[in-house]
Write a protein that binds this ligand. Structure first.
Ligand SMILES: Nc1nc2c(ncn2[C@@H]2O[C@H](COP(=O)(O)OP(=O)(O)OP(=O)(O)O)[C@@H](O)[C@H]2O)c(=O)[nH]1
Ligand SMILES: [Zn+2]
Length: 409
């Protein structure tokens, strides 16, 4: 953990420009998504420093942005100055001028607090340890992926898709299997061994009986954690256990209000009584594989390990049928790898069409007589894509266009 003095010297807005801001967020990364949003870390996934720190010795008021609403930022304070634990803040126009955005999860400095009115102004933003695009969140440490072992029956293919999506964030992945009360000990052990062969030490829990909840609590302590998983696995029930007396807030966290078309990138952080913050991650609940194909192997621990132990003959090997490939072969999820690879290649095609406006974009008239490029949809490649995949990607593309239009920056 960096100390306050070091951080003060590199505070964004104090000494840096907007591009430095991005560079800070990306330091220590390898590659990342072409949209620049997702941070990728090296294969061995070192523990990220926790950005949720106790109060600093300096007298400055610091806190963490827990929600963004229009141009207001709700900041949870690190110091208890009065009884107020949060302030509703604006962003200093100086920050806006130099292009520094404020995200949920950012650690910030607050000026001119109005304790009675519960207001303040964000004057500086600390460098980010991580930065995700979807959902938009800074400084997250890990993804808590929740699945049920029964009701719904655990589907290894669906689980793999969620795991790959979670791995693609570059954050640590913590897998949690709920509803163990519904299966025999034998069945639980079989799953445990299977998941270990995939490279995961899963936590087996039952929200119903309370088994394993303390272990989850322990793993979330002092971290910023994104919770993810399909419907009905017990995420809301787990959150209720982790944040007592927060039923109303849990309603928000579980995303029932937050998964609308225009709100999918909004995220809110909730305080864990044992320290740490928990965020819903709406973007992961329909896990599109929206990253370059060559990155996919990094998102399978089994493939990652093979690549650490050996080297493929071709440096650009996609591990399909190339000769002398160290990844292809006899491991359980290799078929999933091959299937996802095709999907990732299609995603790359879509991206390259986007970046080549002449061939792939058409001008569409917008309101007030303006025109805008939009992707042509009649490409042959599109016809080969399954309808569901096509629909999801287009929806995302359109959403991105809309959001860019609406952005104030
Ligand atoms: N038997 C058993 N049932 C559980 C357990 N945890 C949750 N459930 C039940 O599973 C159902 C779904 O739980 P939720 O917490 O709503 O699941 P969710 O993941 O939040 O679902 P969405 O809100 O649709 O995303 C509820 O009926 C819970 O009572 C458990 O450990 N064992
Ligand atoms: Zn290979």
């Amino acid at each position: 953990m960096s100390n306050g003095k070091d951080e003060a010297e590199t505070l964004m807005g104090a000494t840096t420009r907007a591009d430095r801001h991005r560079k800070n967020a990306d330091s220590g990364t390898k590659g990342g998504n072409p949209d620049g949003g997702t941070v990728s870390l090296p294969g061995d996934r070192p523990e990220l420093p926790s950005p949720v720190t106790p109060g600093e010795s300096e007298s400055r008021i610091t806190g963490t942005v827990v929600a963004v609403q229009a141009n207001y930022y709700r900041v949870q304070l690190e110091q208890t100055v009065t009884t107020a634990s949060t302030l509703l803040c604006t962003r200093r126009s100086r920050l806006k001028k130099i292009g520094i955005q404020v995200m949920v999860g950012d650690r910030v400095v607050i000026e001119e607090p109005d304790w009675e009115g519960g207001r303040g102004a964000i004057s500086e933003v600390f460098p980010r340890h991580t930065e995700l695009d979807r959902p938009a969140i800074a400084n997250a440490n890990q993804v808590l992926l929740v699945f049920a072992i029964e009701e719904p029956t655990l589907d290894p293919h669906q689980l793999t898709r969620f795991l790959v999506k979670a791995e693609s964030t570059g954050l640590s992945v913590l897998l949690c299997l709920n509803k163990t009360d519904l299966v025999s000990e034998q069945e639980r052990i079989e799953w445990q061994e299977r998941l270990e062969s995939w490279g995961y030490q899963a936590l087996f829990i039952s929200v119903e009986t309370g088994v394993g909840i303390d272990a989850v609590r322990d793993r979330l302590k002092d971290k910023i954690t994104l919770i993810s998983g399909p419907s009905g696995v017990g995420k809301s029930s787990l959150i209720n256990q982790l944040i007592p007396f927060a039923t109303l807030r849990v309603g928000d966290v579980s995303g029932k209000l937050g998964r609308g078309r225009h709100t999918t990138r909004h995220v809110e952080l909730f305080d864990l009584p044992t320290g740490g913050l928990l965020a819903d991650s709406p973007g992961f609940n329909q896990p599109n594989l929206d990253f370059p194909a060559r990155e996919l192997a990094d998102y399978f621990p089994e493939a990652r390990q093979r690549l650490q132990e050996g080297t493929c003959q071709f440096s650009d090997c996609l591990h399909r049928d190339e000769p002398n490939c160290v990844v292809s072969g006899d491991w359980e999820r290799y078929e999933d790898y091959l299937e996802f690879l095709e999907e990732a290649i299609i995603y790359e095609d879509i991206l390259s069409q986007q970046s080549n406006p002449e061939s792939s974009m058409k001008l569409k008239s917008k309101s007030k007589g303006t025109e805008q490029n939009e992707p042509k949809l009649e490409s042959k490649k599109y016809r080969r894509i399954s309808r569901r995949f096509e629909h999801q990607n287009l929806e995302q593309l359109y959403q991105d266009f809309e959001e860019e239009e609406n952005q104030e920056f």
